[in-house]
Design a protein around this ligand. Structure first.
Ligand code: ADP
Ligand code: MG
Length: 247
């Protein structure tokens, strides 16, 4: 089942054409690793999906609902409905520093007011358990390691039961010895069939966990293939060059 459909997406910042008619689709339960050089438009593409950037043309739909169709955004209610199906994890965690770990998790669901306080608390407990941070519930982000902060950010992104998780270089800000604990949580989610797009430089993760690797360069999707094919038999010169530098 197709869950995300992007057609002819265009986005510029001023005269800088950052995404050039991108078309892309992915199925439910797929894990896509998105790789490519710095400045190729990976973050802008993810941010466009969750409406943190406005696109200039093309369409984005999630499930059978449009966020934007032929460059025209749907009504605010519709936007909320579509973006509410996604959670995002950022390179620099973006936790609220003045809130405890537990409060970070509970904030969005409390604002939405769709569940009782007890239900929200139980859900937060379960998710902290899942990412191995039960004992940090009352701690503030500043007292956590980078790996712990990112695991909190993942738990927080799961609080609204998203259908899709977007990760933008989730381990790039971490000391190398802390990346493993975060990748482990992401691998567990993949094994539970969470639909995920992961922008990453972790080639091992792309190879082992992703169902598909998408390579971007210069605002275009240059190549999209299974990890096996992608790494053993890259088709394009730009892909070959990138892999030569990054493997
Ligand atoms: P990547 O994530 O692949 O490194 P980005 O999507 O961050 O690439 O950036 C793609 C291009 O868009 C870069 O040239 C970058 O400088 C530019 N860009 C990104 N965000 C902005 C912004 N808010 N304003 C102006 N230019 C931006
Ligand atoms: Mg980026």
């Amino acid at each position: 089942m197709t869950l995300i459909e992007v057609a002819n997406l265009k986005k510029s910042f001023g005269t800088n054409e950052v995404l050039k008619k991108i078309s892309f689709s992915m199925n439910k339960n797929e894990v896509v690793a998105m790789i490519g050089p710095s400045g190729s438009g990976k973050s802008t593409l993810l941010r466009s999906l969750i409406n943190l950037e406005q696109i200039d043309g093309g369409s984005i739909s999630i499930g059978n609902e449009y966020l934007v169709k032929d460059g025209v955004y749907v009504k605010p209610d519709g936007i909320k409905k579509v973006t509410g199906r996604m959670g995002m994890v950022f390179q620099h965690f973006n936790l609220f520093p003045h809130l405890t770990v537990k409060q970070n998790l509970e904030m969005a669901p409390k604002l939405l007011n769709l569940q009782s306080a007890q239900e929200i608390e139980n859900h937060a407990k379960d998710l902290l358990d899942k990412v191995g941070l039960t004992e940090k519930a009352e701690s503030y982000p500043s007292s956590l390691s980078g790996g712990q902060k990112q695991r909190v950010a993942i738990a927080r992104a799961l609080m609204l039961n998203p259908d899709i998780l977007l990760f933008d270089e989730p381990t790039s800000a971490l000391d190398p010895e802390l990346t493993g604990e975060v990748l482990k949580v992401m691998k567990d989610l993949a094994e539970e069939s969470m639909t995920m797009i992961v922008v990453t430089h972790e080639m091992g993760f792309a190879r082992e966990v992703a169902n598909r690797v998408v390579f971007m360069d210069g605002g275009e999707i240059v190549e999209s293939n299974s990890p096996e094919e992608f790494f053993s038999n890259p088709q394009h010169d730009r892909t070959k060059l990138f892999l030569k530098k990054n493997l």
